[in-house]
Design a protein around this ligand. Structure first.
Ligand code: SF4
Length: 434
């Protein structure tokens, strides 16, 4: 069959899609050129916010009409599948199969049964060894860096989050497996990897996360290692030292804070106070000069007062994050936060979000402007120049670069090139290849 996989959500989901694609190829299927051509459409979904869920249902509505015109198998995988399970068939009876996040290795069996005409095929079982997915199966696309899972699931219990339900408890890959997978990726030509998990810095696969970074960094040919995501309470001085001292660990840290108010953090059950969070950032003192710091904010969490929000703005001002990802609180089914009174009007939540984002844009612009005039290295992320003649590239500290090269010069995909930064906007640097 010709298949098409549509993916929503985080890097974990993107990498799951690479695994799902590998399984379909091993089963003898082939990629469709486009939707019109597809005989199997697999939606790899996200349920972290309501908006993402709406997008999936809207796509399912479109696929229902497509199924009336031609033979088509429709499968739903990912966090929405794990969360809703068989209830998805009620809401969208044209779905042929539902595959949970911990059951992705069962995909070939589900496709076979659905092809044989079995209706409403489902596997959302908790296969707690799914983190031991055979690495050679994943089919990575033409990205500049390779994604590598090191840990699945999460043992924290933030009151707004569906992940502990949709991804299960923490399971850690043995560090030897991670190192072997990265070694194989380097042999395939990758020079950069991103180690993935809901909470990478609680890694316990035979060594600590800081030690894992050092072991991976020993591989010849590997240039940069990134990682995402980190819980502040698992951020250790040893990890900060590794970030500072190991030149292969890219100087970028995403450390989600969510709020600058202790009262809100308590209701979120984030397990830290603002002071404890700042103490952890203090571990980074004397760290790499170009370190970029990023965070997440949830605005309008139930009970957030104006003072709570002002405390978040004050934290933003104090830390001066290089970038942040901010969203209005989105109530999710089955989460403890649903029981909290949430009576702040949406318009007020939006006002707060707009204010926070406007200030962050100024801070990001200032952070980018500091790099103008610098000579740096950046990795080429496109195989050809885009419309407008620029190439996309990325610095070690995760700045997007629009890179111009002399006419006729081809820049080497996935390789590092020398650049000089000539300008800066809030979303990217402008640079020329030297
Ligand atoms: S640390 Fe909290 S927000 Fe992050 S995945 Fe775990 S429960 Fe969700």
């Amino acid at each position: 069959m010709k298949y098409l996989i549509e993916t929503w959500g985080c890097q974990m989901n993107s990498h799951d899609s690479e695994k799902l694609e590998g399984l379909l190829l091993e089963q003898g299927h082939e990629p469709a050129a486009g939707m019109e051509d597809a005989e199997l459409v697999l939606l790899n979904t996200c349920s972290i916010r309501e908006k993402a869920v709406h997008k999936v249902y809207s796509e399912l509505g479109w696929l229902r009409e497509e199924k009336k015109k031609r033979p088509l198998l429709v499968g739903v995988a990912g966090c929405l599948a794990q969360q809703e399970q068989a209830a998805l068939f009620k809401r969208a009876p044209h779905i042929d199969f539902v595959l949970g996040t911990m059951a992705i290795q069962q995909l070939p069996a589900l496709v076979e049964r659905a092809r044989a005409g079995v209706r409403r095929v489902i596997d959302t079982g908790a296969y707690l060894d799914n983190h031991l997915f055979p690495p050679e199966t994943a089919r990575r696309g033409s990205s500049a860096k390779a994604l590598v899972t090191i840990i699945e699931g999460c043992d924290h219990a933030c009151t707004y989050c569906v992940v502990p339900t949709t991804r299960g408890p923490e399971r850690h890959r043995p560090f030897q497996d991670v190192v072997a997978e990265v070694r194989g990726l380097v042999a395939q030509g990758y020079r950069e990897v991103e180690l993935l998990g809901q909470n990478v810095n609680s890694f316990q696969g035979g060594c600590s996360f800081a030690e894992l970074l050092d072991r991976v960094a020993e591989l010849d040919g590997l240039e940069w290692i990134r990682f995402t995501t980190s819980h502040p309470m698992n951020f250790t001085p040893a990890l900060a030292r590794t970030l500072a001292r190991n030149p292969k660990v890219a100087p970028f840290l995403h450390l989600p804070v969510q709020s600058g108010s202790d009262a809100v953090l308590r209701r979120m059950r984030r397990e830290y106070t603002v002071a404890q969070y700042l103490e952890r950032l203090g571990y980074l003192q004397g760290g790499p000069a170009d370190l970029c710091l990023s965070t997440d904010f949830i605005v309008g969490f139930p009970g957030e007062t104006e003072q709570d929000f002002e405390a978040t703005l004050a934290l933003l001002e104090q830390v001066r994050y290089d970038q942040s990802f901010s969203f209005i609180y989105s109530p999710r089914p089955g989460t403890p936060a649903l029981r909290l009174k949430d009576d702040l009007p949406h318009a007020e939540k939006l006002r707060r979000l707009t204010r926070l984002q406007a200030r962050q844009t100024e801070l990001t612009l200032a952070s980018n402007q500091k790099m103008v005039g610098r000579a740096l290295k950046a990795r080429i992320e496109t195989e050809a120049p885009l419309e407008g003649g620029h190439w996309l590239a990325r610095t070690a500290n995760w700045k997007n670069v629009h890179l111009m090269a002399p006419a006729g010069r081809r820049l080497p995909f996935r390789e590092l090139v020398d650049i000089r930064v000539t300008g800066a906007g809030p979303h990217f640097l402008r640079a020329e290849a030297v």
